[in-house]
Design a protein around this ligand. Structure first.
Ligand code: GDD
Ligand code: MG
Length: 356
């Protein structure tokens, strides 16, 4: 039967990705050359679902000004704004009156995945489920929803952010709902779909099925995952119909300038108007539009915000540099350093490392 509507939850504050999310919400950060959400929208469209409702809250206007009515992306896009964040379950409940069909796909807006959405929908139909949860397996499940299933694939528990997980199988952040169930979520107050709705449905005996898929999966909520996810898109490890260029070692957007002696690798993206000077090495990193990497600088697994500048001979590893900030010549930022927007770090003035 398939789904008619998709809901994407994009109302989170993206706190773990600050300072990048001070100016744009997490799903709108440039990822392999386009706002992250563009990849997800393209995958939803590819699965034949063309009506998409965004559940927004934080910086809602940024989504609307980019996607508009969705027609440029081959979909019909609607927006529902929460004045106060209603949580994941509240966000879903809040858009129910926009839905048109009996089967609804709901997505966390910050997940990059290789799951075949048509297969997920087929599992839902074939098993006559009330809800079907896309599940995957990770090494450390503690940061996610832990979701054990029985031999028939039926979900037996939903344990959000459990410090002592009973299985490495987790909620991958995409659900298929029988629409009627959504009306039962309380309206007008914050609800967590993970902590309240799913445990409640299980206790009430609803038929909650798991669809386990172990192809590509990554939540882009933390800086290390954000850069790795972008690099995986550029290198074709994560599938996306929206990659704005060929798969390769690097994606260089129009109007960027890269000196022929600079070395780009590891799925680096060089944004529009960005500049990489002679002898620089940029590996597995994301350079937002207008960023500059100075001569001989080394930038690995890092994000440079809009218009950020890295001076000559500087070394950045696992760093996040806010919009318009300037990292001085020969400065070293290692081990997860974060520089806020509009900051100037003086030449040679700092060696920051978490393992000093
Ligand atoms: N509309 C709306 N309103 N959206 C919200 C709100 C809200 O109040 N709060 C969060 N969201 C959106 C976020 O923007 C994000 O796209 C999604 O809901 C999930 O929120 P995160 O803050 O990223 O949650 P998480 O990563 O800690 O955990 C969730 O995702 C994991 C998989 O990536 C949970 O669903 C876990 O169970 C799951 O394993
Ligand atoms: Mg997340």
């Amino acid at each position: 039967m398939g789904a008619t509507d998709a809901i994407i939850l994009v109302g989170g504050m993206g706190t773990r990705l600050r300072p990048l999310t001070l100016s744009a919400p997490k799903p709108m950060l440039p990822t392999a050359g386009v706002p992250f959400l563009t990849h997800l929208v393209a995958r939803i469209r590819e699965a034949g679902v063309t009506h998409i409702v965004l559940g927004t809250s934080y910086r809602a206007e940024v989504f609307q000004s980019y996607f508009g009515d969705g027609s440029a992306f081959g979909v019909e896009m609607e927006y529902v704004i929460e004045a106060e964040p209603l949580g994941t379950g509240g966000g879903i409940r809040n858009v129910v009156d926009r839905l048109r069909g009996d089967t609804v796909l709901a997505f966390n807006g910050d997940v990059l995945s290789g799951v075949d959405l048509r297969e997920l929908l087929a599992t839902h139909d074939d098993t006559d489920a009330d809800v079907t949860l896309y599940l995957t397996k990770v090494e450390d499940p503690r940061a996610f929803g832990c979701v054990p299933t029985d031999a028939e694939g039926r979900v037996t528990a939903f344990l959000e952010k459990d410090p002592d997980p009973v299985t490495d199988q987790i909620n991958a952040g995409t659900y298929v709902f029988r629409r009627a169930l959504l009306d039962a979520i309380p309206a007008g107050r914050p609800v967590s779909v993970e902590r309240e709705t799913f445990p409640g449905l299980l206790a009430a005996g609803a038929r909650v099925m798991g669809h386990v898929d172990e192809t590509y999966w990554r939540d882009l909520g933390r800086p290390a995952d954000f850069v790795a996810g972008s690099a995986d898109l550029v290198q074709g490890l994560a599938p996306s119909p929206a990659l704005p260029g060929p798969i390769g070692r690097a994606l260089v957007l129009p109007g960027a300038r890269v000196d022929p002696t600079a070395v780009l690798s590891g799925g680096t993206t060089v944004g529009v108007g960005a500049v990489v000077w002679a002898g620089a090495v940029v590996d597995g990193s994301v350079l937002f539009d207008g960023a500059t990497v100075g001569p001989g600088a080394v930038v690995r697994r890092s994000v440079l915000g809009f218009g950020a500048v890295v001076g000559a001979g500087a070394v950045l590893e696992d760093a996040v540099v806010g919009d318009r900030s300037r990292i001085g010549d020969r400065v070293e930022l290692l081990g997860g350093a974060r520089v806020w927007p509009d900051v100037t770090v003086p030449d040679g003035g700092i060696r920051f490392s978490s393992d000093l």
